[in-house]
Design a protein around this ligand. Sequence first.
Ligand code: SAM
Length: 342
Amino acid sequence: MQHDVRSGCCHPTAKMAAPRSCALWSYCGRRWSRLMRCCELPGIRSSWPGGPLGARQLSQEKQATETHFGFETVSEEEKGGKVYHVFESVAKKYDVMNDMMSLGIHRIWKDLLLWKMRPFPGTQLLDVAGGTGDIAFRFLNYVQAQHKGKQKRQLRAQQNLSWEEIAKKYQNEEDPLGGSRVVVCDINKEMLKIGKQKAHARGYKAGLAWVLGDAEELPFDDDKFDVYTIAFGIRNVTHIDQALQEAHRVLKPGGRFLCLEFSQVNNPLISRLYDLYSFQVIPVLGEVIAGDWKSYQYLVESIRQFPPQEEFKEMIEDAGFEKVTYESLTSGIVAIHSGFKL
Ligand SMILES: C[S@@+](CC[C@H](N)C(=O)[O-])C[C@H]1O[C@@H](n2cnc3c(N)ncnc32)[C@H](O)[C@@H]1O
């Protein structure tokens, strides 16, 4: 049986016919679901079993039991455990492997996510699938630098202060983050443990909390955060649509969703080189550095299973977000999707 890496479809003729038909099928499904959502009357759920929505529900129930884990087909119950095992196994080497695999470029992509966010003073951020804290630490650096800059400008504006008054102002500064906070939420204890150790070693204390939790069932109240980020996390979640709905629920009205994830390379030459590198080099690096071929094989396969930019944009819209846009980086190797809860 042939497996088409781009479509993620397993079918004897997958390479020839499946990419287009699968894309078309999922496109039609999404359009249909939107149309039906618009047609639903308030308070009345369309569940007419013989009707089109009933059929959709039935087929969803049938499909609901199976999903993919990389290129493997597994039951939905199995997937969570397998993903957990991957990140439990790679946690200790996660950061060094990220640098090795991406030649350090993941740092630039994460910086770009922060520049896109441009947090304002007092921003409450939830970083889901936050792992070892890369996004959270960048956020804290950003808001601290911003707050310091503001403080300096204010002091400069007050020309005739004595040095004692200036020193006092600095000492009285209780919150160097200007009220901003970040919560890192991840399902994996080992990843969080490494994150906490890193935070301790780098001296991050204030404004940072670590919470064990599932992106599909976030342990937070509604309308709580200004920004929700998820970096290289959402492709590992079993029900992406559910995770998106949870993101929407916990954001305040006006809040922003930002997702950094691997995406579809749009240049055929780069795509070939990238496939070669991913499948021939990354698992070998995984074996040599982390003694774990399988986990890194899963990582590259899971990237190929994730929907391309436009399709993911529609999924975000389906979850209720508005003004959804995306930017492809490094020829589409990754993309940042953004949406607002309005
Ligand atoms: C590739 S790491 C990304 C870590 C971090 N965001 C970064 O960019 O370095 C993926 C993370 O997603 C987490 N994860 C997977 N499934 C999850 C779920 N259902 N809910 C929350 N976190 C999940 C894993 O435990 C892992 O820490």
